[in-house]
Design a binder for this molecule. Structure first.
Ligand code: ADP
Ligand code: MG
Length: 239
């Protein structure tokens, strides 16, 4: 207990919530298999970042997370790794269509960055990833999604909704949902689309929400879309 408090303090981290998994100070402690560890090491990572140390074990325990940490702190991998493990745990993985992991991002640039990062690690298990966003051909994205579907889908809210309307994909299998850069999603006016997507995903899903800042409106949305979340903030002194 004291050791855990000390590690969190060293990371300038605040964690709130009941029965929370302990932080892991090295990759070896995450319990990842060889395949994933290999890709991580090949990628040049030697140690998890602060947010990864705490968010990964909590996500692996199945809990919802509200994560507040500044840009560049390694949040993408913090949600991609547990998402991969979650997907590999699904018994009906090869059956049916539609993603199991869904990531909402505010911009085309961010969606494609997440896509690139997700693909690197998804290789470990041969899982398929696709990204959809505005400013690119709907038809191309439709074709990308259609044959057999993907296990992981990244997208901006508006284009994701378009893809569902076009029946390029559906959210029936989604059980691991990530809202990345939730504050920017608000700034760009995507709140209604984000809510609509969340309302159409099974309520027993696991939800991770990340934000660099945590104003009241983001907090309200976070409370709505998560269930008994663990809140992790790093270096953040605010509301
Ligand atoms: P954030 O989403 O918090 O802004 P990113 O996930 O984009 O941060 O990561 C920022 C950079 O840090 C990326 O280039 C990423 O590849 C790198 N990175 C992530 N995790 C680690 C790690 N454990 N060790 C070294 N570099 C990492
Ligand atoms: Mg990020």
């Amino acid at each position: 207990k004291e050791r855990v408090d000390q590690i969190r303090k060293e990371l300038d981290m605040h964690v709130s919530g009941a029965d929370v998994a302990k932080p892991c100070i090295s990759f070896a402690h995450f319990g990842f298999d060889e395949a994933l560890l290999d890709v991580i090491i090949k990628h040049g990572y030697s140690e998890p970042t602060g947010i990864q140390k705490q968010a990964v074990p909590i996500a692996l325990s199945g809990r919802d997370i509200i994560g507040i940490a500044k840009t560049g702190s390694g949040k993408t991998a913090a949600f991609i790794w547990p998402m991969l493990i979650h997907i590999m745990d699904q018994e009906e993985l090869s059956k049916g269509e539609g993603p199991i992991g869904l990531i909402l991002a505010p911009t085309r640039e961010l969606a494609s960055q997440i896509f690139t990062e997700a693909k690197k690690f998804a290789k470990a298990y041969g899982l398929r990833v696709a990204a959809v966003y505005g400013g690119a051909s709907k038809m191309d994205q439709f074709k990308e999604l259609r044959p057999g579907g993907v296990e992981i889908l990244v997208g901006t809210p508006g284009r994701l909704i378009d893809m569902v309307k076009m029946k390029a994909t559906n959210f029936r299998r989604v059980s691991f949902l990530v809202l990345d850069e939730a504050d920017r999603m608000f700034d760009l006016g995507f709140e209604p689309q984000v809510r609509s997507i969340c309302d159409n995903i099974r309520p027993d899903r696991q939800t991770l929400l990340f934000s660099a800042t945590f104003p009241k409106k983001v907090e309200a949305l976070a409370r709505e879309v998560t269930t008994e979340p663990v809140r992790i903030s790093i270096g953040y002194v605010g509301q």
